[in-house]
Design a binder for this molecule. Structure first.
Ligand code: GUN
Length: 292
């Protein structure tokens, strides 16, 4: 069994990006600038956004964190987005999801200038991705492709089962794994909460990408030998014995499933760090595109 070490690979990618930034600085060029908008005070979102900003600092990007209260109206957020769209110093920005219920997520994502949409959530960019055109690929699916590539995982003609149809992970992942080329070229089954007899499907899978958010959902009896497991789940589970009061759990019963797997991502330290690295990569791409 090979552990798909997202922490190690993400550090390699960050080092590669940092080297590009150093070259930009040496030439006296502007460095990439990422902004992140956080509406409300959800603990997990605060942690994720904090990690994104910290990663920017580490590799020499500029970063701006825009914090807005939980009571922010849709109009106020749309105004902030307009401001970021028009701010020439910002190369890319993200709106951290989920948003409070008074705000229509679709309206917000549509308002982001597609050339600054480093999350790849705007319909123009999502459409380009589906049509194999060059664009920003959402960071988590992009990170998974990068992990598969760097560990040389064979995906051609394999049966990939994606669990979860979210716009951020499951849906784009199903499209990307079915595209021509590598990593991809898989036969893809997209499963979700209405799927019947999911074990019957997962036991046929060569590759399982689980983005469900249910701790320990995928058990050893649900997979075949030598399966490749990508666990996207990151659920906080209360644990009074832990100093933080919680532990992070993936979708996969790692202890037992790992005994059958050929490749598997740990949680934490698998897909999570890759997401941040690929967001930085998209921001570098956004800066380069704005130069030309
Ligand atoms: N919430 C959970 N994942 C993501 C992500 O990749 N980007 C944004 N903006 N919000 C998220």
């Amino acid at each position: 069994m090979t552990l798909l070490d997202g922490r190690k690979v993400s550090n390699e990618i960050k080092d590669e990006i940092a080297a590009e930034v150093a070259k930009m600085k040496a030439k006296g060029e502007k460095v990439p600038h990422l902004a992140a908008v956080l509406v409300g005070d959800d603990g997990a979102s605060l942690t994720y956004v904090g990690s994104k900003v910290k990663a920017c600092e580490r590799i020499g990007f500029e970063s701006t964190l825009v914090k807005m209260p939980n009571t922010t109206s849709e109009l106020e957020l749309l105004k902030k987005i307009e401001e970021l769209n028009n701010n020439d110093d910002i190369d890319g920005f993200i709106i951290q999801l989920p948003l409070p219920p008074q705000i229509d997520e679709q309206k917000v994502l549509m308002a982001v200038d597609p050339s600054k949409d480093v999350d790849g959530f705007h319909p123009e960019n999502f459409g380009k991705m589906a049509l194999d055109m060059s664009t920003f690929i959402p960071a988590t699916p992009f990170g998974i492709l990068e992990l598969l590539e760097r560990y040389k995982v064979d995906t051609k003609g394999k049966h990939t089962v994606v669990i979860g149809r979210s716009h951020i992970v499951g849906r784009p992942m199903s499209i990307l794994m079915s595209r021509k080329g590598w990593p991809g070229n898989s036969t893809v089954t997209l499963t979700h909460s209405s799927t019947k007899n999911i074990s019957q499907i997962t036991t046929q899978a060569d590759i399982i990408i689980s983005a469900l958010g249910v701790p320990d959902f995928l058990k050893a009896e649900m997979v075949k030998d030598d399966v490749v497991i990508i666990d996207v789940g990151i659920t906080r589970v209360e644990d009074k014995n832990h100093p933080k009061g919680y532990v992070i759990k993936g979708d996969v019963d790692f202890e037992n499933v790992s005994k059958k797997a050929s490749f598997i991502t740990p949680v934490p330290g698998g897909v999570g760090p890759m997401t941040i690295a690929m967001l930085l990569k998209n921001t570098l791409l956004a800066r380069e595109q704005r130069k030309s």
